[in-house]
Write a protein that binds this ligand. Structure first.
Ligand code: ZN
Length: 280
């Protein structure tokens, strides 16, 4: 189609932010940081390279995810520990906070629950910002590497994509058959992954993560959480995933418990207050 005469004018319309963050209830970041300072480590698990592991994070505790040994990306799923039907909602988190999350951003759950289930309380990569390519860290735009896409694109049967790793780890954690666990696996928070959309064609891209051993991302659990994370077969995601080609490293997940009384004034958020009558 040829462009209409007023094309330039139509393109010049200024964008409007869909969900201005001022309308959200802000987390008590200072309270979280004080509580974290005096917290004690109560649990930890290693996520082996090209595998996934799970850990339980009680509400009011912190989940610390650390890069160890070498640059590595983690694909994270979060579930309500007491109701696996409630889980992380990447799409709405993206709509509310943008394509990448950092300190102060919240991780929201799916409908009909839609509430913050975790808050990013600390991020050693917050200095990265947005690079010249439009890339940034900890995205909520990718879905997770999976064997189905690999099969469509190149006919492969690869079993250590994050989707399969998460499926096996969730099945093990909750003693579920694989097909039931798979149904519950959802779009991830790409911990440490550096991604964006190309400015000219809008294509999803990845580049080698700036993460180095010792870097960490910490989440404050707003509800009881089951965290399941896969150390992506893409390694630092600088070249390819969905194969055994990339160099991969393990990762560490830890649970930190604040001292008694250090979260004075904080309350676990209730599920969404919409009445669900949908106009009937
Ligand atoms: Zn992956």
């Amino acid at each position: 189609m040829s462009a209409p005469q007023d094309a330039a004018m139509r393109r010049a319309v200024k964008p409007v932010i869909c969900y201005p963050p001022e309308t959200l209830t802000l987390p008590h970041l200072a309270l979280y940081k004080d509580a974290r300072r005096a917290a004690d480590k109560i649990d930890e698990v290693i996520v082996p390279a090209r595998e996934a592991s799970s850990i339980e994070v009680p509400k009011g505790h912190f989940l610390k995810i650390t890069s160890i040994e070498g640059p590595q990306v983690g694909d994270l799923n979060l579930f309500n520990l007491n109701n696996l039907e409630e889980r992380f909602f990447s799409g709405k988190t993206r709509a509310l906070h943008g394509t990448h999350v950092t300190t102060g951003d919240r991780l929201w759950s799916n409908f009909p629950y839609l509430r913050p289930i975790a808050t990013v309380s600390h991020d050693t990569l917050d200095w990265y910002g947005m690079d010249e390519f439009g890339g940034s860290v900890h995205d909520v735009i990718g879905t997770r590497c999976d064997p189905y896409t690999g099969n469509v694109l190149s006919g492969t049967q690869y079993h250590h994509c994050c989707h399969s790793n998460l499926t096996r780890a969730l099945a093990d954690a909750r003693n579920l058959p694989l097909h039931e666990a798979e149904r519950l696996v959802h779009d991830v928070l790409n911990v440490f992954m550096c991604t964006g959309f190309t400015r000219d064609t809008g294509q999803y891209f990845m580049k080698a993560s700036p993460v180095r051993p010792g870097d960490c991302l910490e989440l404050f659990a707003e509800i009881d959480i089951l965290a399941v994370m896969s150390a992506c077969p893409g390694g630092d995601c600088g070249s390819e995933h969905s194969s055994d080609t990339a160099k991969c490293f393990p990762m560490l997940m830890e649970v930190w418990k604040p001292k008694e009384g250090s979260l004075e004034g904080w309350a676990s958020p209730p599920v969404n207050a919409y009445d669900r009558s949908h106009g009937r």
